[in-house]
Design a protein around this ligand. Sequence first.
Ligand SMILES: C[S@@+](CC[C@H](N)C(=O)[O-])C[C@H]1O[C@@H](n2cnc3c(N)ncnc32)[C@H](O)[C@@H]1O
Length: 502
Amino acid sequence: MSSSDLSALLSWFTRNGASYDTSSIGFKDFEAKEGGRGAVALQDIPEEHVLFTIPRSLTLSTRTSSLPNVFGMEDWKRHKLDEGWAGLILCMMWERAQGSSSRWAEYLGTVYYGTLRTPTDPLCTDTLPTAFDTPMFWNADDLKELKGTSIVVTEKLGKQDAERDYNEKVLPAVTFRPEIFAAESIPLYYTLEQYHIMGSRILSRSFDVERWEGEEDLNEVANTSSGSAMDVDIPESEREGTPEEEEEDPVDVSMVPMADLLNARFGSENAKLFHEDRELRMVSTKPIKAGEQIWNTYGDLPNAELLRRYGHVDLLPLTEDEVGNPGDVVEIRADLIVSAIAPDGLSFESAKERIDWYLEEGGDDVLVVESDADLPQAMILLIRLLTLPDDEWKKAKQKGKLPKAKADAQALGIASRVLEDRLSQYPTNIKDDEALLTAESSLNKRHAIVVRLGEKRILSTALEKTQQLIAAEKTSNGGNKRKRPEGGHEDSSRKSRTKPRK
Ligand SMILES: C[S@@+](CC[C@H](N)C(=O)[O-])C[C@H]1O[C@@H](n2cnc3c(N)ncnc32)[C@H](O)[C@@H]1O
């Protein structure tokens, strides 16, 4: 995709009530590591300058597309198209199939200077991508490289869920109404491949768009999707509502032409999308110098999330000789904690009962170690809960009180095993990865190495810090007076475990 292909889109944009400050914002091809095509400041831009505005009618969502009404709201809901992204994906496929009569023809790449295109036309890449670097599209060999990363460990790829939605919601809806979805158009516009393409466009480019005050509810579709792709500012005052209003999700996952041309980089945001009554406005949040890129970040996400949603990673200097993403985190599943305690005599039944209660009390089944590599309080709490003697556990449950997250020697010892176990989920160690990174030329594999290296560095630092805490704990308890024989104490059952990888 090149910035020179944007003229058709820009002329469609202004013809349809949108506007942009042609003296301040332009588009150019930056280096691939800076996001490729993106927006550039054509002159010095002051803070709070409106770069462009988009009428709400030009955003593409289940509330602006007429498909839900044409289909009939009752049937729409019966096919569960009001849940998740399936409805919006179907709207995008249908709008694409409408050819030049769709309001978004130029945006969806259907029409290029009056010429109609089919979805397989290689030219239809001037605005929205048809190919992605996200793991959703990787082959099995590349996917193996992600083993151990938060993407795989917490099963976030979502390919099977997407295929299930396609087979259980979209295909039945399409075949149910042949007068809307002509049989001959199905192999062209409504295939699983097109479904994945549209889904990935939403994942990497959509915004959560706040519903307008007093706006007519076009299709009455409550969009329950979560995980906005891009950064949008919803003023505090607009978030308030009566408890009944709050029950309904107040945002629509929406495609926002032009706004989705801005790239993102950790800590670099200088523009943000603001809501006005009838339009969205992209406004500078800092002074931007002529020639600088205009960034709209996605919430400074860790590399695992950037790769999963957008197909890229952020690499910034972390120390003198390390680059990485300062927003990286590591996710640890609660069941890893259960298995780390099991050798100390925790029964499956007892663990299950305690975990069920912990989840009922609002505990999370995934624990997050942040980039500061401190042990998460939730991990200590869970360890303490799982190691409570039976009588204390019964009392805690009766009182409805979770134990305090006190990092005592036992909790620290178990936490240290959990970190070792988590590190052993990756097939390579830090040194391997550092060497592989300099030799690897495939983009997917490089991205996978960057993700797992960032996570392993956090885990390794967390392990070091935990071991220092254990040593300090021993000193303060006089535990250092007698040297413990090697393999003694609670680690005896773990002698054969993988050594921490550095
Ligand atoms: C919202 S779009 C931005 C516009 C996009 N560059 C284009 O040409 O249409 C998001 C996509 O841009 C690319 N991108 C954005 N920021 C990036 C960055 N810092 N490094 C590499 N690629 C980036 C990724 O492919 C991502 O999925």
